[in-house]
Ligand binder design. Structure first.
Ligand code: BG6
Length: 455
């Protein structure tokens, strides 16, 4: 069977996020975010310097231009625009992103912007963060400022990056007694309302904008065909994945997830018009991040939760213990299109590894090339099945600080010379082997990706 072509205007690109890439955490009026005040895990870098993108973006965007990126997905730091989350606008923050947009335009690269990527202003966190409904208003005010200021320069927007991973992080905090389960459900609900209000505003005032959520969505396998495992996998899928697409796109909480909230006496308070607001938002696209599938078995009787996450015995893992499952990517695309019927843009997919800079300034990363090739191949098969995928962004465009592993775990096409902890190094940029490989994929519009790379 002949392989399908990628669409002519396919958005080949890669991603970064502000707090992991920019550094300059208190420069030009920027306020502190929750990331700036957090203590990083021992032995890993904090978020003060990161890749120092704030001072290197012209050079970095030239390199993206050299790879011929069609798009670049980045996030806007809320605290550069509103240092305290709300109140006075910081003009220097708007000017910074304007220059980023100018540089992208000069390279013919389409901006794909995320409004919120894990970096809530610390000032809002002090007042209860997302669990406080005032954060909804602050987010809407911030988003309106950005949308109004940059329109019509940015067409592609995501509201919230990986709300489901934030939810998982809050659940972990609740298990440590740092917040209640009800607060977790409330914070999560408030994010749905905030994102919906922003989507409604975008559609009403800037009709060219294509806006949607950016959850991390993955197919879930039961470990065995035992009905108990299938039931457990269904609960996990409903609360880990479907909850986030269902509320945002279909406008309602799915029954299984809601029932789980009820069992824990942790249903959110829903204000009178919240569900109508959510149902009126109508995302234009489903943006999502995919790294690996997950496998679930039923938990032992008496466990708090009915499911347990396990290693898939049929898959290899990365050196950081993440399952490798390119075929699961196609399955995920099928499931999401079946359920939500929206065009899709992949906002993150990539391999975190320990890369080594050789004495002659090279980074040989065949493992990353294999990972990306095999996922792009599965995406090509999915497009051949009629699934409307219109863009793909590798995580990450350039090395940046991982959420939990600092610079020990790198994802980029471009190596950044800096220490694994807080030693800034020279911050010099080096092209990895994957840089030339991806450049070639883009030059061929993906038609040179014809099968998996042999191990
Ligand atoms: C996604 C996030 O969860 O995965 C990114 O949106 C993150 O911010 C990426 O960096 C990879 O995860 P990690 O933990 O390896 O950095």
């Amino acid at each position: 069977m002949a392989l399908a072509d990628f669409p002519k205007d396919f958005l080949w690109g890669a991603s970064t996020s502000a707090y992991q890439y920019e550094g300059a955490y208190n420069t030009d009026g920027k306020g502190l975010s929750v990331q700036d005040v957090a203590t990083p895990p021992a032995g890993t870098a904090d978020f003060k310097i990161t890749s120092d993108g704030y001072h290197h973006y012209p050079e970095d965007i030239s390199l993206y231009g050299e790879m011929n990126f069609k798009s670049y997905r980045f996030s806007i730091a809320w605290t550069r625009i509103y240092p305290n989350g709300a109140g006075e606008v910081n003009q220097a923050g708007l000017d910074y992103y304007q220059d980023v947009l100018d540089k992208l335009k000069a390279q013919h690269i389409e901006p794909v912007a995320t409004l919120f990527h894990f970096d809530l202003p610390a000032a809002l966190q002090k007042q209860g963060g997302w669990a406080n409904r005032a954060t909804i208003d602050a987010f809407v005010q911030y988003a309106k400022t950005v949308l109004d200021h940059f329109s019509p320069q940015i067409t592609y927007y995501q509201t919230i990056n990986e709300q489901n991973m934030l939810f998982a992080g809050m659940l972990a905090a609740a298990l440590k007694g740092k917040m209640t389960l009800q607060e977790v459900a409330q914070a999560n609900h408030n994010m749905f309302v905030a994102a919906a209000k922003v989507m409604i505003y975008a559609h009403a005032h800037h009709p060219e904008i294509k806006i949607g959520p950016a959850p991390n969505l993955v197919a879930v396998y039961p470990l065995t065909p035992r009905p108990e495992d299938a039931l457990a996998a269904n609960v996990y899928d409903s609360v880990r994945n479907l909850l986030f697409g269902d509320v945002t796109i279909l406008g309602h909480y799915n029954h299984v997830a809601w029932h789980l909230f009820e069992q824990f006496h942790a249903t959110p308070e829903i204000a009178a018009d919240d569900m109508a607001t959510i149902a009126a938002a109508h995302p234009d696209l489903l943006y999502f991040n995919y790294y690996n599938t997950e496998t679930i078995r039923a938990a032992e009787p008496g466990s708090t939760l009915p499911f347990k996450k396990v290693i898939n015995p049929f898959l290899d893992q990365t050196e950081f213990g993440w399952d490798l499952d390119p075929a699961g990517f196609r399955l995920t695309l099928r499931q999401l299109y079946d359920r939500y019927n929206l065009p899709m843009i992949i906002t993150e997919n990539g391999l975190g590894a320990h890369d080594t800079l050789t004495a002659d300034g090279k980074v040989h990363d065949p493992y990353r090339i294999k990972y990306l090739n095999d996922h792009i191949y599965q995406m090509r098969l999915a497009i051949g099945e009629g699934i409307p995928v219109i863009g793909y962004h590798v995580w990450s465009a350039i090395d940046l600080v991982s959420t939990h592993e600092g610079f020990t775990k790198r994802y980029g096409f471009i190596y950044v010379d800096r220490g694994e902890t807080n030693d800034s190094g020279t911050l010099k940029r080096y092209k990895k082997d994957s840089f030339d490989w991806y450049k070639d994929v883009i030059a061929h519009n993906g038609d040179n990706v014809t099968g998996p790379v042999k191990k």
